[in-house]
Design a binder for this molecule. Structure first.
Ligand code: SF4
Ligand code: FES
Length: 256
Protein backbone atom coordinates (compact mmCIF):
# COMPACT_ATOMS: atom_id res chain seq x y z
CA UNK A 1 0.00 0.00 0.00
CA UNK A 2 1.09 3.60 -0.64
CA UNK A 3 0.24 6.65 1.44
CA UNK A 4 0.96 10.37 1.47
CA UNK A 5 1.35 11.53 5.07
CA UNK A 6 1.02 15.15 6.21
CA UNK A 7 2.44 15.19 9.75
CA UNK A 8 2.48 18.12 12.19
CA UNK A 9 6.06 19.01 13.17
CA UNK A 10 6.69 21.46 16.00
CA UNK A 11 9.85 21.78 18.11
CA UNK A 12 8.12 22.92 21.34
CA UNK A 13 5.06 24.74 22.67
CA UNK A 14 6.43 28.17 21.71
CA UNK A 15 7.81 27.28 18.28
CA UNK A 16 5.75 27.64 15.12
CA UNK A 17 4.48 24.32 13.79
CA UNK A 18 3.74 23.16 10.25
CA UNK A 19 2.70 20.09 8.29
CA UNK A 20 5.54 18.18 6.61
CA UNK A 21 4.74 15.73 3.81
CA UNK A 22 6.19 12.20 3.64
CA UNK A 23 5.57 9.54 1.00
CA UNK A 24 5.28 5.94 2.20
CA UNK A 25 5.24 2.90 -0.09
CA UNK A 26 5.47 -0.83 0.66
CA UNK A 27 3.17 -0.46 3.68
CA UNK A 28 1.70 -3.85 4.67
CA UNK A 29 -2.05 -3.82 5.22
CA UNK A 30 -1.69 -5.70 8.52
CA UNK A 31 0.78 -3.14 9.84
CA UNK A 32 -0.52 -1.11 12.78
CA UNK A 33 -0.68 2.67 12.38
CA UNK A 34 2.11 3.14 14.93
CA UNK A 35 4.28 0.49 13.24
CA UNK A 36 3.87 2.46 10.04
CA UNK A 37 5.14 5.56 11.91
CA UNK A 38 8.05 3.46 13.28
CA UNK A 39 9.03 2.52 9.70
CA UNK A 40 8.74 6.15 8.62
CA UNK A 41 11.02 7.18 11.50
CA UNK A 42 13.64 4.59 10.52
CA UNK A 43 13.71 6.15 7.05
CA UNK A 44 13.91 9.68 8.47
CA UNK A 45 16.75 8.71 10.86
CA UNK A 46 18.62 6.98 8.02
CA UNK A 47 18.63 10.34 6.23
CA UNK A 48 20.16 11.98 9.32
CA UNK A 49 17.01 13.94 10.19
CA UNK A 50 14.98 14.23 13.42
CA UNK A 51 12.30 11.49 13.71
CA UNK A 52 8.65 12.31 14.27
CA UNK A 53 8.00 12.37 18.02
CA UNK A 54 4.91 10.46 19.11
CA UNK A 55 3.95 8.70 22.32
CA UNK A 56 3.01 5.07 22.92
CA UNK A 57 3.46 2.37 25.53
CA UNK A 58 1.12 -0.64 25.66
CA UNK A 59 0.07 -0.56 21.98
CA UNK A 60 -3.07 -2.50 22.93
CA UNK A 61 -5.56 0.19 23.97
CA UNK A 62 -4.84 0.18 27.70
CA UNK A 63 -2.37 2.90 28.69
CA UNK A 64 -3.90 5.93 26.94
CA UNK A 65 -0.63 7.46 25.75
CA UNK A 66 -0.94 7.14 21.97
CA UNK A 67 -3.55 9.80 21.24
CA UNK A 68 -3.24 11.60 17.92
CA UNK A 69 -5.70 13.18 15.52
CA UNK A 70 -5.90 11.27 12.22
CA UNK A 71 -7.79 12.87 9.34
CA UNK A 72 -9.53 15.19 11.80
CA UNK A 73 -10.70 12.41 14.12
CA UNK A 74 -9.22 11.77 17.58
CA UNK A 75 -7.71 8.25 17.42
CA UNK A 76 -8.69 7.95 13.75
CA UNK A 77 -11.59 6.44 11.83
CA UNK A 78 -12.30 3.22 13.78
CA UNK A 79 -14.89 3.68 16.56
CA UNK A 80 -14.05 2.29 19.97
CA UNK A 81 -10.34 1.91 19.23
CA UNK A 82 -7.25 3.84 20.31
CA UNK A 83 -4.74 4.97 17.65
CA UNK A 84 -2.48 2.02 18.54
CA UNK A 85 -5.30 -0.41 17.65
CA UNK A 86 -5.67 0.97 14.12
CA UNK A 87 -4.34 -0.98 11.13
CA UNK A 88 -3.38 0.36 7.73
CA UNK A 89 -6.09 -1.79 6.11
CA UNK A 90 -8.57 0.74 7.56
CA UNK A 91 -7.35 3.23 4.94
CA UNK A 92 -7.74 2.95 1.15
CA UNK A 93 -4.56 2.29 -0.84
CA UNK A 94 -3.13 5.59 -2.12
CA UNK A 95 -4.86 7.62 0.63
CA UNK A 96 -3.67 10.96 1.95
CA UNK A 97 -3.51 10.98 5.76
CA UNK A 98 -3.29 14.06 7.99
CA UNK A 99 -1.73 13.43 11.42
CA UNK A 100 -1.86 16.02 14.22
CA UNK A 101 -1.46 16.25 18.01
CA UNK A 102 -4.36 16.86 20.39
CA UNK A 103 -5.41 20.51 20.07
CA UNK A 104 -6.45 21.88 23.49
CA UNK A 105 -5.23 24.82 25.57
CA UNK A 106 -4.84 22.57 28.63
CA UNK A 107 -2.63 20.11 26.66
CA UNK A 108 0.38 22.17 25.46
CA UNK A 109 2.46 20.59 22.72
CA UNK A 110 5.78 19.15 23.91
CA UNK A 111 7.05 18.13 20.49
CA UNK A 112 5.43 17.12 17.18
CA UNK A 113 2.57 14.76 18.15
CA UNK A 114 3.35 14.63 21.89
CA UNK A 115 1.31 16.80 24.26
CA UNK A 116 1.57 17.42 28.00
CA UNK A 117 -1.44 15.72 29.64
CA UNK A 118 -0.34 16.41 33.23
CA UNK A 119 -3.47 18.56 33.65
CA UNK A 120 -5.33 15.24 33.96
CA UNK A 121 -3.00 14.26 36.82
CA UNK A 122 -3.94 17.45 38.67
CA UNK A 123 -7.64 16.56 38.37
CA UNK A 124 -6.94 13.11 39.82
CA UNK A 125 -4.80 14.57 42.61
CA UNK A 126 -7.74 16.79 43.61
CA UNK A 127 -9.99 13.83 44.45
CA UNK A 128 -9.54 10.71 42.31
CA UNK A 129 -8.52 8.47 45.18
CA UNK A 130 -9.99 6.59 48.16
CA UNK A 131 -8.80 6.39 51.77
CA UNK A 132 -7.75 2.87 52.67
CA UNK A 133 -6.02 1.35 55.64
CA UNK A 134 -2.85 -0.11 54.23
CA UNK A 135 -1.11 -3.22 55.47
CA UNK A 136 -4.12 -5.54 55.40
CA UNK A 137 -6.33 -6.96 52.70
CA UNK A 138 -9.97 -7.09 53.83
CA UNK A 139 -12.07 -10.08 52.80
CA UNK A 140 -13.60 -9.13 49.43
CA UNK A 141 -17.03 -10.53 50.30
CA UNK A 142 -17.35 -8.34 53.42
CA UNK A 143 -18.81 -5.56 51.27
CA UNK A 144 -21.43 -7.04 48.93
CA UNK A 145 -22.05 -4.87 45.86
CA UNK A 146 -24.99 -5.52 43.50
CA UNK A 147 -23.78 -6.88 40.16
CA UNK A 148 -25.44 -4.07 38.14
CA UNK A 149 -23.69 -1.46 40.29
CA UNK A 150 -20.32 -3.20 39.98
CA UNK A 151 -20.75 -3.45 36.19
CA UNK A 152 -21.62 0.26 35.91
CA UNK A 153 -18.62 1.21 38.05
CA UNK A 154 -16.42 -0.92 35.79
CA UNK A 155 -17.86 0.82 32.69
CA UNK A 156 -16.66 4.14 34.15
CA UNK A 157 -13.34 2.67 35.31
CA UNK A 158 -12.53 1.69 31.72
CA UNK A 159 -11.38 5.28 31.01
CA UNK A 160 -7.71 5.12 30.03
CA UNK A 161 -7.05 8.86 30.41
CA UNK A 162 -6.10 9.31 26.77
CA UNK A 163 -7.56 12.81 26.37
CA UNK A 164 -9.45 12.16 23.12
CA UNK A 165 -12.61 13.51 24.74
CA UNK A 166 -10.86 16.85 25.31
CA UNK A 167 -9.38 16.93 21.80
CA UNK A 168 -12.78 16.24 20.21
CA UNK A 169 -14.73 18.74 22.32
CA UNK A 170 -15.26 22.20 20.78
CA UNK A 171 -14.96 23.61 24.32
CA UNK A 172 -11.83 21.60 25.20
CA UNK A 173 -13.80 20.23 28.16
CA UNK A 174 -12.57 17.36 30.30
CA UNK A 175 -16.09 16.50 31.46
CA UNK A 176 -16.15 12.90 30.19
CA UNK A 177 -12.78 12.04 31.74
CA UNK A 178 -13.59 13.76 35.05
CA UNK A 179 -17.07 12.22 35.22
CA UNK A 180 -15.72 8.72 34.58
CA UNK A 181 -13.23 9.07 37.42
CA UNK A 182 -15.83 10.55 39.79
CA UNK A 183 -18.49 7.98 38.86
CA UNK A 184 -16.51 4.82 39.36
CA UNK A 185 -15.64 5.94 42.89
CA UNK A 186 -19.11 7.34 43.68
CA UNK A 187 -20.78 4.07 42.68
CA UNK A 188 -18.75 1.90 45.03
CA UNK A 189 -18.88 1.94 48.86
CA UNK A 190 -15.08 2.23 48.99
CA UNK A 191 -15.42 5.72 47.49
CA UNK A 192 -17.80 6.85 50.25
CA UNK A 193 -15.48 8.65 52.71
CA UNK A 194 -14.46 11.41 50.23
CA UNK A 195 -17.72 11.48 48.28
CA UNK A 196 -19.05 14.76 49.68
CA UNK A 197 -16.06 16.78 48.49
CA UNK A 198 -14.72 14.75 45.54
CA UNK A 199 -16.84 16.06 42.65
CA UNK A 200 -16.45 19.71 43.60
CA UNK A 201 -12.70 19.37 44.06
CA UNK A 202 -12.18 17.57 40.74
CA UNK A 203 -14.49 19.80 38.68
CA UNK A 204 -12.81 22.88 40.13
CA UNK A 205 -9.35 21.42 39.41
CA UNK A 206 -10.42 20.89 35.78
CA UNK A 207 -11.51 24.52 35.58
CA UNK A 208 -8.22 25.76 37.07
CA UNK A 209 -6.26 23.54 34.63
CA UNK A 210 -7.83 25.41 31.71
CA UNK A 211 -10.41 22.92 30.44
CA UNK A 212 -13.69 24.34 29.14
CA UNK A 213 -17.23 23.57 30.28
CA UNK A 214 -19.52 20.88 28.87
CA UNK A 215 -22.32 22.11 26.60
CA UNK A 216 -23.60 18.70 25.50
CA UNK A 217 -22.03 18.38 22.03
CA UNK A 218 -21.36 14.67 22.81
CA UNK A 219 -18.27 14.61 20.56
CA UNK A 220 -16.46 13.10 23.56
CA UNK A 221 -18.71 10.04 23.68
CA UNK A 222 -18.46 9.57 19.91
CA UNK A 223 -14.67 9.59 19.93
CA UNK A 224 -13.89 7.79 23.20
CA UNK A 225 -11.96 4.56 22.53
CA UNK A 226 -13.61 3.00 25.59
CA UNK A 227 -17.11 4.23 24.68
CA UNK A 228 -17.58 5.97 28.03
CA UNK A 229 -21.19 7.19 28.19
CA UNK A 230 -22.16 10.85 28.65
CA UNK A 231 -24.59 9.54 31.28
CA UNK A 232 -21.60 9.73 33.60
CA UNK A 233 -21.48 13.51 33.04
CA UNK A 234 -25.05 13.70 34.36
CA UNK A 235 -23.93 11.62 37.36
CA UNK A 236 -20.96 13.98 37.89
CA UNK A 237 -23.32 16.97 37.94
CA UNK A 238 -25.51 15.24 40.55
CA UNK A 239 -22.41 14.47 42.63
CA UNK A 240 -21.35 18.12 42.35
CA UNK A 241 -24.74 19.32 43.62
CA UNK A 242 -24.64 16.69 46.36
CA UNK A 243 -21.31 18.18 47.52
CA UNK A 244 -22.82 21.68 47.53
CA UNK A 245 -25.77 20.37 49.58
CA UNK A 246 -23.40 18.73 52.11
CA UNK A 247 -21.49 22.02 52.44
CA UNK A 248 -24.77 23.82 53.00
CA UNK A 249 -25.80 21.33 55.72
CA UNK A 250 -22.41 21.66 57.39
CA UNK A 251 -22.76 25.44 57.50
CA UNK A 252 -26.20 25.22 59.16
CA UNK A 253 -28.20 25.58 55.94
CA UNK A 254 -26.47 28.75 54.75
CA UNK A 255 -25.56 27.77 51.20
CA UNK A 256 -22.59 29.54 49.64
S1 SF4 B 1 -13.29 9.39 28.74
FE1 SF4 B 1 -12.64 8.19 26.93
S2 SF4 B 1 -11.70 9.71 25.57
FE2 SF4 B 1 -11.77 10.64 27.62
S3 SF4 B 1 -9.81 10.19 28.60
FE3 SF4 B 1 -11.25 8.52 29.20
S4 SF4 B 1 -10.92 6.92 27.64
FE4 SF4 B 1 -10.01 8.79 26.78
S1 FES C 1 -0.28 2.83 23.26
FE1 FES C 1 -1.42 2.34 25.06
S2 FES C 1 -3.47 2.89 24.53
FE2 FES C 1 -2.35 3.18 22.70
Amino acid sequence: MRFTLHIWRQKNARAEGRFVTYEMDDVADDMSFLEMLDVLNQKIIAKGEEPVFFESDCREGICGTCGIVINGLAHGPVRGAAACQLHMRSFPDGDTIWIEPWRAAAFPIIRDLVVDRSAFDRIIQAGGFVSVRTGSAPEANNIPIPKDTAELAMDAAECIGCGACVAACPNGAAALFTSAKISHLALLPQGGPERARRARAMVEAAHVAGFGACSNHRECEATCPKRISVNFIARMNREYLRGAFCDSEASGGKAE
